[in-house]
Design a protein around this ligand. Sequence first.
Ligand SMILES: Cc1cc2nc3c(=O)[nH]c(=O)nc-3n(C[C@H](O)[C@H](O)[C@H](O)COP(=O)(O)O)c2cc1C
Length: 352
Amino acid sequence: MLSELYKLVRPALFQCDAETAHRMTLSLLSTWPLMPPPADPPELGLRLWGREFRNPVGLAAGMDKDAVAVGAWQGLGFGFVELGTVTPEPQRGNPRPRVFRLPADRALINRLGFPSDGMDNVARRIERMRSRGIAIRLGINLGPNKETPVERVAGDYATLVRRMGSLADFIVINVSSPNTPGLRNWQSPERMREIFGAIAAAMGNLAQRPPALIKVAPDLELDDLRRICDTALELKLDGIVAVNTTIAREAIGISSAHGGGLSGAPLRGRAREIIRAIRRYTSGQLTIIGVGGVASADDAWEHIRAGASLVELYTGLIYEGPGVAAEIKRGLVALLKREGFSSISDAVGTGA
Ligand SMILES: Cc1cc2nc3c(=O)[nH]c(=O)nc-3n(C[C@H](O)[C@H](O)[C@H](O)COP(=O)(O)O)c2cc1C
């Protein structure tokens, strides 16, 4: 029903610049009242980090950076949403235009550069939602301000954790957006130790310590990915979000000249390869959130079989519309039954 409606609305939305369409949609969704979520079949539920997730289908970071439409994500049936990227201070991001559609490829390119209302504004919004009671799980994705000098980047993450950590069901340390100069260098073991050391100290003062994950780029060499996995195990991280957008173009059949990170269908194969590699390198000891190119139940299923316990999407929502989470969930129930699994957890990594 929602998908049929969206097919009618989408051509008009696609007439607008991509960011304008995003703003209009988000402002409409922000009026969505907070209501109980649609019921989910029990076989879709799973327990991670001592928390129940109603279903494994989440909204990826970047769609609702400032936590303005949590009621809508809950109403549309997402089991969780990764809010952010949130920066300590408010910042505007890069000049527009900075988001581009590639409809024939079912892809997007963005070079937003973390526009953010800043942690205090976003935290206050989340506090208001939490005080009203929400069923959806909230991840918060954290990143440094653009102007922060390299010696203070770990301090930015610690500041964010101090302010927002106790509001999150999990936090994600974003060191993989291609649009903040130098950010991806923080994927090295030494820099990871620096960040997570600073965060561990900040967590000490929190009433509730949220699980901490790192979000990685799809453009890593496998040797570097292995080092990240070893370091994640050494630091006892709670998981890895794989993957962020890619700077690859020809290698994945894209000829667009727009600079920035590419998401959507052309990223799917690489995302799956990285998920599978993480599962192998960590012997299944780390929880993986799989993201990249998911637009259908089959896509989500293959990420789960590669090793993801939860899946997320962003670009799939733009092309498939607001019914996408419900459709993926319906399809996952059918796939579980067809393949003889009694729950999502049983299927995780079975195709690795
Ligand atoms: C317009 C746009 C903005 C994004 N902003 C963020 C962000 O702020 N932080 C982040 O970690 N990822 C961000 N992402 C990346 C997504 O979270 C996701 O990792 C990536 O798009 C791959 O998933 P998809 O193919 O389902 O879109 C953004 C993606 C898009 C398309």
